[in-house]
Design a binder for this molecule. Structure first.
Ligand SMILES: Cc1ncc(COP(=O)(O)O)c(C=O)c1O
Length: 381
């Protein structure tokens, strides 16, 4: 049996929706995108959503509307994907790396407090694996003049103190990349309650041209448009949006399956001393985009990397989330040092992301559990 790290959960409904989009003959951003944005806003409970090509594009536009400039600093957790930091470079600002709580892999308010300076323009907390950071505490630690741009790439749907991630906050950015909890192949969404920002993002995602410019080839529109400022080619397409609309209808059901798999893993591993439980804070309900298995490597004869290879040799493909940013050449050159991130290093040495997705069969879930436990038992000190 081969169990891939991820399999997209795509049915005939998505195939039909994409085919319908192709048959209509409108391939780029149009009515389907507008419909997807509207349905997404209704689901999250926010006044407006702006669909873009990726979460990376969403985060970048977030920094644009808050006027992030050269000389500014942006605090981000060291345990994240490269793009959370990359977009700070797009603005010629400085990413300031912060450590994470080893129990949750999340950025903390204490760390924001430590890393904050007069130059701090924004904090980009990451809702790692689908679990929210402590938003209220980070808000207080950041202070009134600092913006919070949430990297919610993993957090659809996730809850913090009973409210859905995205329903409040300055700017919240989601990813619809192939492996995410809702996918349209590639895609992203920005949600914000700020109408002026929404309007500006709509322009910026399409070269800075007036927001209804996509209409210019239809009878309803005109060939005329204006450019207010230089923008980007960040728009999504109706082909992708058609898939997003169908995936949104299935989101709750897909999340239920993820939660159930996580619960099964939790129960199965709870008796195994060499596995350190991943903590979900009491205020949170996770989207379970990731299931982080955490090895107590001091009790094992093998390293985390060897554990991954053994799982692979038995047909189970896993991943690691993430290689901390300070381990990359770019950030080493900028002066960031391993020794300054004890929490992130602790996580990096122990974490393995197990397969968790709606298409997993009972047999596959049992196979993963059985093999993880067997490898632990055979490699106990
Ligand atoms: C935490 C995090 N932020 C941002 C991104 C970027 O998402 P996208 O691929 O949609 O640009 C990812 C992608 O994996 C991610 O894991």
């Amino acid at each position: 049996m081969i169990i891939p790290f991820h399999k997209p959960f795509i049915g005939e409904e998505e195939v039909e929706a994409v085919a319908d989009s192709l048959r209509r003959g409108w391939l780029t951003m149009g009515q389907k995108t507008i419909e997807f944005e509207k349905k997404f806003s209704e689901y999250i409970g926010v006044s407006g959503s702006v669909a873009v090509q990726s979460c990376t594009a969403a985060l970048h536009l977030g920094l644009k509307v808050i006027e992030c400039k050269p000389g500014d600093e942006v605090i981000i957790p060291a345990i994240t994907f490269a793009s959370t930091a990359e977009i700070v470079h797009y603005c010629n600002a400085r990413p300031v790396l912060a450590d994470v709580d080893p129990r949750t892999h999340l950025l903390t308010a204490e760390e924001v407090e430590r890393k904050k300076t007069k130059k701090t323009k924004a904090v980009i907390p990451v809702h790692y694996g689908g679990q929210s950071v402590d938003l209220d505490a980070i808000r207080v630690a950041a202070g009134k003049s600092v913006f919070i741009i949430e990297d919610a790439a993993h957090a659809l749907p996730a809850y913090y103190k009973g409210r859905l991630i995205g329903s409040r906050g300055d700017v919240v950015c989601f990813s619809f990349y192939a492996t995410k909890t809702l996918t349209m192949g590639e895609g992203g969404m920005i949600v914000t309650g700020n109408k002026k920002w929404q309007e500006r993002m709509r322009r910026l995602r399409l070269h800075g041209i007036t927001s209804d410019a996509w209409k210019r080839y239809t009878a309803a529109g005109s060939w005329k448009y204006d450019v207010f400022e230089a923008g980007y080619k960040y728009n999504t397409t109706d082909i992708n949006a058609a898939m997003g609309i169908v995936q949104l209808q299935k989101l709750e059901a897909m999340t239920d399956v993820r939660c159930r798999i996580a619960q099964k893993y939790n129960e199965a591993f709870s008796e195994i001393e060499e596995i350190i439980p991943y903590m979900i804070e009491k205020n949170n309900k996770s989207a379970w985009h990731l299931y982080p298995l955490r090895l107590d490597i001091g009790r094992l004869k093998i390293s985390r990397d060897e554990f991954i290879e053994l799982l692979k040799s038995r047909g189970i493909i896993t991943s690691v989330h993430f290689i901390p940013l300070y381990r990359f050449s770019l950030y080493k050159k900028a002066g960031w040092k391993v020794k300054d991130f004890p929490g992130s290093e602790w996580v990096f040495k122990r974490e393995i992301s197990l397969p968790i997705y709606p298409g997993m069969t009972e047999e596959e879930i049992a196979f993963v559990i059985e093999n993880v436990i067997d490898i632990v038992k055979k490699n106990r000190k």
